[in-house]
Design a protein around this ligand. Sequence first.
Ligand code: NAD
Ligand code: MG
Length: 384
Amino acid sequence: MTRSISIFGATGSIGDSTLDLIRRNRGEWRVVALSAHCSAEKLAKLAREFGAEIAVVSDESCLTELRGALSGTNIQAAGGAQALCDAAAIEADLTVAAIVGCAGLAPTMAAIARGGVVALANKESLVSAGEVMTNAVAKHGATLLPMDSEHNAIFQCLEGGKLDDVRWITLTASGGPFRTKTMAELDAATPKQAVAHPNWDMGAKISVDSATMMNKGLEYIEAFHLFPVGLERLRIIVHPQSIIHSMVEYRDGSTLAQLGPSDMRVPIASTLAYPARMNTPCEPLDLAAIGELSFFAPDEERFPATRLAREAANAGGAAPAILNASNEVAVAAFLDSQITFTQISAIVARTLEQLTLAAPQSLNDVLAVDAQARVRAREMLVSA
Ligand code: NAD
Ligand code: MG
């Protein structure tokens, strides 16, 4: 029996890994929609290879190139923000949300609005929208399957368990490429060093987030919404080997952990096959070769991002969306060499301090908070 799938952010790192698994099981899937921001050439190539029904570039100025690259096929080409949401509203058995940033929120909400099953990699959308998204999931009978490795691990550890019985959910963090760096070294860190993650091969934005630890901060808020045990039962531990992807401790003292190689195809496969299992080409875990697993408490002096995220989660309302938007602006500015590495968290902290906005009640409210926070964060780049 074939299942249908749409992938938003098909040309990125998660998109690549997802399509690699689909390619290995070609007969089991029918591809409905694939999207990219602009990379029309790559998107068209994938759409042709997988026989997609529709290919969408969210940047409308790239539509002409996409049309050209798809000429002679009967694959529909579309462009722009509305086209992206329209494509997400088309029925598919599984929708992979793999766009980076809050830009993925509207299409994800469109898939939720049709009651779809969404494999969520795009953590920024859930962080920004919070209850607006989880309420929509409940209202439309949609399902979120966590694709982020930590949340996928927790999801697996919770199977057969009750949230009421959970004492702790522990998110593991690699600590990123700068885990052992001094404050002075962090000040001088370059974009090239920041994107060179020791364990994972990922897109540029999430790589910088891993280096600042904001990735773990965002994941903390993501976990709060996916697994409602309360913020006081969520904690973060640094585990440099990235072998344990997260853990759940129950009230009887049993801790369940999910282990695996640092390859996103493992959590992606878990969502593609859910509730069954499928093969992946990943090397089996060789614990004897790995030798040791180590753990450290996070250092929030050098890496304040997890504290900022915790404070934003505690404050609730618009704060998580402000945290996320200002971080997106600051990370882009750092990648563009406009600000230093340590200024990223400083800009997020100041934006959160200076901006108080009403709690968003709808998708449009979230997008308005996101837009306002971006304006404020951009003003800070000038004075940074
Ligand atoms: P990436 O930069 O490699 O790919 C991003 C994708 O989104 C591309 O297809 C790109 O064309 C598209 N895109 C970029 N900007 C867009 C915009 N403004 N509008 C519409 N589409 C846009 O990123 P990635 O590493 O694949 O990460 C994707 C998401 O998955 C992020 O939210 C990230 O946090 C999350 N995630 C990634 C990994 C990983 O290993 N890469 C792991 C866990 C979670
Ligand atoms: Mg993760």
